[in-house]
Ligand binder design. Structure first.
Ligand SMILES: C[S@@+](CC[C@H](N)C(=O)[O-])C[C@H]1O[C@@H](n2cnc3c(N)ncnc32)[C@H](O)[C@@H]1O
Length: 170
């Protein structure tokens, strides 16, 4: 496991492949807030937004970015990007527990990836200053927030495409 990996134990299962990550990062990012959820551990977390079954979470945006929310109330859903800070980053082939089938990291929604950035489309329920109440997140309480974007059905929902198999969900 590389030195940037989390304090959490992610066991390497038979069939999984570790790689050496580059010695240096290519870019830096700002965490712009924190996500508050009912879940304290990975095990408690829903696997995906559907499994969250409408659980209400709070996105706490840092005050300096407040003006960036101007106009957000006109959207029913937002794309939320968050940093899976407890995930190891060095597995390039993974064997999800639920399927037992090896898949490349880029064919999975696993938090374990070189850049552990997660994405969910969340329903915007309420805005109180810099706190957004949403449903449709699947992360541990305290997960760092990377970005918020409006969800645009006309652009983001592929038209007439076949949905991917459920086995890509972990
Ligand atoms: C399968 S990922 C999907 C994340 C996102 N919806 C996506 O598709 O990019 C969700 C899982 O990541 C794990 N997880 C949640 N918060 C995490 C964190 N802060 N660090 C590492 N793993 C986390 C939990 O096991 C949770 O069930």
């Amino acid at each position: 496991m590389n030195s940037n990996a989390s304090p959490d134990a992610f066991d390497v299962r038979p069939g999984e492949v570790e790689i050496d990550l580059p010695a240096d990062f290519d870019a830096g990012i700002y965490f712009i807030g924190t996500i508050r959820t009912p879940w304290k551990t990975r095990e408690e977390c829903p696997k995906n937004p559907r499994e969250a079954k409408g659980a209400v979470c709070t996105i706490e945006l840092d005050a300096r970015y407040r003006a960036g929310l101007t106009g957000i109330e006109t959207f029913s859903h937002v794309v939320v990007l968050y940093f899976m800070n407890r995930a190891r980053r060095d597995l390039i082939v993974q064997v999800p527990r639920h399927s037992g089938v090896a898949r490349g990291t880029f064919a999975l929604r696993s938090p374990v990836r070189p850049n552990p950035i997660a994405l969910s489309v969340a329903r915007l329920l309420q805005i109180e200053g810099t706190r957004l109440r949403v449903s449709g997140l699947d992360c541990i309480d305290g997960t760092p927030l990377v970005d918020i974007k409006p969800y645009l059905a006309t652009v983001d929902a592929p038209l007439g495409e076949t949905p991917p198999p459920a086995s890509t969900q972990a």
